[in-house]
Ligand binder design. Structure first.
Ligand code: UD1
Length: 418
């Protein structure tokens, strides 16, 4: 197991390129199940979650190659309709194979997911949507079994705009008989990217990015050809690190409007933001001031940026109140940041942060993906050495994070855990 050793106190300065978005790549790679031909995806990030996805797809019978950011997947033959516990427990997003497998094969058996320990994270919205499309769902021995000779287009209204449920239903509806209307859909840029990729396979989808997505089912789909959208959360993480360390960082390779809610909060905190066509620059020479944030579905402030923004607020001038509305139990970084001397008080689903002028390095333990990023940021601000252990969480979602941080002037090294 690896750990990161950080000598804090350097302001981050320079330019960094963001990778393809993990959360777009996962459903998009999985959607290759729907096509009978060969798919090609560019700008696929080399991450643990991507390797897990490739393993899941290989297990289902798809053959693959993955080199230099290009993944090819051949779904000529599906050899099993079962995604076993051993694979699904490693990554919750594996549950996204349910919709495409069911739509193509008429049957799917998928283990109930594990993944990040950030709350209960049920999949009831996924199952209700598939039932609306005509699937018979049974639960047996920790597995979901879904069956339908052919799915039938229908109107599906989500109780909450769940990202995963929208993706599962969207993929399933592509091969259903007739028209599907998804209402109260998630509007995240990753949903839009999935729709673009599905269209490259011959799917008939419109309205993605709004709350009403309309899908005209077709009889078959070809392979996809798609380049993954830039990772807005990775970009936001580097920008938050620039704010926290009072530096100047330009992130390249993403559309600034995908991160608009976060950019507005950075501005409220006193940072100067420059938005270019495919790049964002944040300058925070004068440091940040306390700013309140509440997480919301897109276009609101993303829950995946909550922990990183909190780390920046730990060294801001004045108090901040950060409220988490998407996931319960997503404050596992709070006691770890407190070990650096940060002043944090949890009240229900909010955290009151009283910014401090100084944090002091300490040994920390990473707990989930975005929490890990916030601990690294805490270490970058803190005086002296911070060691972040269990960084396999970080490797699930950030490509070469320590290299990219080093290129911005951070003093950070990867080491083996004794
Ligand atoms: C996706 C992202 C994750 C992000 C989250 C919210 C991927 C691989 N992961 O996760 O990084 O934090 O969106 O932006 O893209 N819920 C239910 N029942 C369901 C489904 C969801 O109650 O069937 C609840 C969840 O417990 C949670 C909320 O709805 O409280 C939002 O979850 P959802 O949008 O589905 O998140 P994911 O797709 O799991």
């Amino acid at each position: 197991m690896d750990k990161l050793k950080i000598q804090g106190g350097q302001a981050l300065n320079g330019t960094v390129n963001v990778s393809g978005a993990k959360n777009a790549a996962l459903p998009i790679l999985i959607s290759a199940i729907l096509g009978s031909g060969k798919s090609r995806f560019d700008r696929v990030p080399a991450l643990q979650d991507i390797k897990t996805t490739e393993l899941v797809l290989n297990h289902l019978g798809l053959t693959s190659t993955f080199e230099k950011g290009v993944m090819t997947l051949d779904a000529a033959k599906i050899s099993t309709i079962e995604a076993p516990y051993d694979l699904v427990r490693k990554m919750r997003a594996s549950v996204l194979v349910l919709g495409p497998l069911l739509a193509r094969e008429g049957r799917a058996k998928v283990s109930l997911p594990g993944g990040c320990a950030i709350g209960a994270r049920p999949i009831d919205f996924h199952l209700t949507a598939l039932e609306k499309l005509g699937a018979k769902i049974t639960l047996e021995g920790g597995y979901v079994i879904a069956e339908a000779k052919r799915l039938k287009g229908n109107r599906v209204s989500f109780e909450f705009p769940s990202v995963g449920a929208t993706e599962n239903a969207m993929m399933a509806a592509c091969l259903a008989d007739g028209e599907t209307l998804l209402e109260n859909s998630a509007k995240e840029p990753e949903i839009v990217d999935l729709a673009i990729s599905l269209r490259s396979m011959g799917a008939k989808i419109e309205g993605e990015g709004s709350e009403r997505i309309r899908i005209q089912g077709v009889n078959s789909l070809t392979g996809a050809n798609h380049r993954i959208v830039g990772d807005r959360i990775e970009a936001g993480t580097f920008l938050a690190a620039a704010l926290a360390t009072r530096g100047k960082v330009r992130v390249e390779g993403l559309a600034p409007h995908h991160l608009e809610a976060v950019l507005q909060k950075f501005e409220e905190a006193g940072a100067i933001i420059t938005r270019d066509a495919e790049a964002i620059t944040l300058e925070a020479r004068n440091g940040g001031k306390g700013t309140d944030v509440k997480t919301q579905p897109f276009p609101g402030f993303p829950t995946d940026m909550q922990a990183q923004f909190m780390a920046a607020m730990c060294v801001a001038d004045g108090p901040s109140l950060i409220t988490e509305t998407i996931f319960e139990n997503r404050f596992m970084h709070v006691p770890e940041l407190a070990r650096l001397g940060a002043d944090l008080t949890v009240r229900g689903n909010s955290v009151l942060i009283r910014g401090k002028s100084k944090l002091i390095g300490a040994p920390l333990m990473a707990t989930d993906l975005r929490a890990s990023a916030s601990l690294v940021m805490g270490g970058l601000c803190a005086e002296g050495e911070t060691v972040v252990s269990r960084i396999y969480h970080l490797d699930r979602g950030y490509e070469r994070m320590e290299e990219k941080l080093r290129s911005l002037g951070a003093r950070i090294e990867r080491a083996k855990e004794e």
